[in-house]
Design a protein around this ligand. Structure first.
Ligand code: NAD
Length: 331
């Protein structure tokens, strides 16, 4: 595969995405990487005007306009599972392949979800802070067990299924809501998960965990109406996408004691305002969108996307493609 030493980059990476996979790409292609370029859309549009590949994480809005600016673009690689920052339909129309990493970080996200659940119900962050402050409060940090409780899983795809298996291993009852799965789906039966209606899950679960993509249907899926139906002892965990939960209404529900707690890895605005009212509550556990940030997951994601971008640029099919466009031009 020929390298390219011209100043026009062949591959543009406007975010922080590094690993052996991107290093290998740089051996074969002229790669331009700047982790803050996503914040300067005009400059990005200029840079991709002659590029053949764009590789992003979740911060770059890959709009129809940006894709049109990439007149030579053959492929967009998304280093992660969600595709909500990419206009896949526009890419398809333009003949641009979108490839992503749908499974490579699922284990890390599921493990982080489990960590958030335990942190929340056992008050681990609050207990840790109090010990560091010189206190030794034990009764104040009395928690609840997960064993014997009902785990409600919204979205039973790659991550939801792993979380289901971890919940089962802890002795939890499983209920799931996923309108795209049939109630007799063998995979779900094998997990020992009962598929229910959304409202039934809300009223039955002690811990609700969200694993859906962000779509028109899932935007603010957890709103005031949904939160109202939860038990006042129940907790909510969100490692999917921030806008799936109406944050203002969640804050109200937490302050009013309508639900017992919430753990969020993802937020409606990222980064959130430092004075967000959620930061003042002691029944929240908050992490900065790090569920997929493990060495293993990051290397696997970068590896998968780099391999697929390399394949498409060499005229071969991608392993993990999100669309199936008609060829745009000769590769
Ligand atoms: P997946 O596509 O394997 O599963 C998503 C599931 O949600 C599918 O089974 C689908 O049928 C279901 N679903 C779709 N719309 C729904 C709806 N309206 N109600 C209920 N279920 C619905 O995806 P995944 O790999 O399990 O990932 C889930 C989401 O997690 C991703 O879309 C992404 O947004 C998010 N994610 C977050 C991080 C992070 O760092 N926090 C990392 C990876 C993925």
């Amino acid at each position: 595969m020929p390298g390219n030493n011209s100043s026009q980059p062949e591959i543009v990476i406007p975010e922080d995405l590094t690993g052996p996979g991107t290093e290998r790409l740089a051996q074969y292609f002229n790669v331009y990487q700047d982790s803050s370029l996503w914040q300067r859309p005009d400059e990005l549009a200029d840079l991709i005007s002659g590029a053949r590949a764009l590789i992003v994480r979740n911060r770059t809005p890959v709009t129809a306009e940006l894709l049109q600016a990439g007149r030579e673009l053959l492929v967009v690689g998304r280093g992660g599972a969600g595709l909500d920052n990419i206009d896949v339909a526009a890419a398809t129309k333009l003949g641009i392949v979108v490839c992503y990493a749908p499974v490579q970080n699922a284990t890390s996200v599921a493990e982080h979800t489990l960590g958030l659940m335990l942190a929340l119900v056992r008050r681990i962050p609050a207990a840790d802070s109090s010990v560091r402050a010189g206190q030794w409060l034990r009764h104040e940090h009395t928690g609840t067990q997960l064993a014997g409780k009902t785990l409600g899983i919204i979205g039973l795809g790659h991550i939801g299924r792993l979380v289901a298996a971890y919940g089962k291993a802890l002795g939890m009852e499983l209920v799931g809501y996923d309108p795209y799965l049939s109630t007799d789906s063998p995979v779900i039966k094998q997990l020992g998960c009962e598929l229910t209606k959304f409202d039934a899950l809300l009223t039955r679960a002690d811990v609700i965990t969200i694993h859906v993509p962000l779509t028109d249907q899932t935007y603010h899926l957890l709103d005031r109406h949904a939160l109202d139906q939860m038990k006042n002892t129940a907790v909510l965990v969100n490692t999917s996408r921030g806008p799936v939960v109406n944050e203002e209404e969640l804050c109200f529900a937490l302050e009013a004691g309508q639900i017992a707690g919430a753990a969020l890895d993802v937020r409606e605005n990222e980064p959130p305002a430092p004075d967000s009212p959620l930061h003042r509550l002691d029944n929240t556990v908050l992490t900065p969108h790090i569920a997929a940030f493990t060495t293993e997951a990051q290397n696997a994601v970068v590896e998968a996307v780099a391999a697929d971008v390399m394949a498409v640029l060499s005229g071969k099919p991608a392993n993990y493609y999100a669309n199936f466009p008609s060829p745009r031009r000769e590769t």
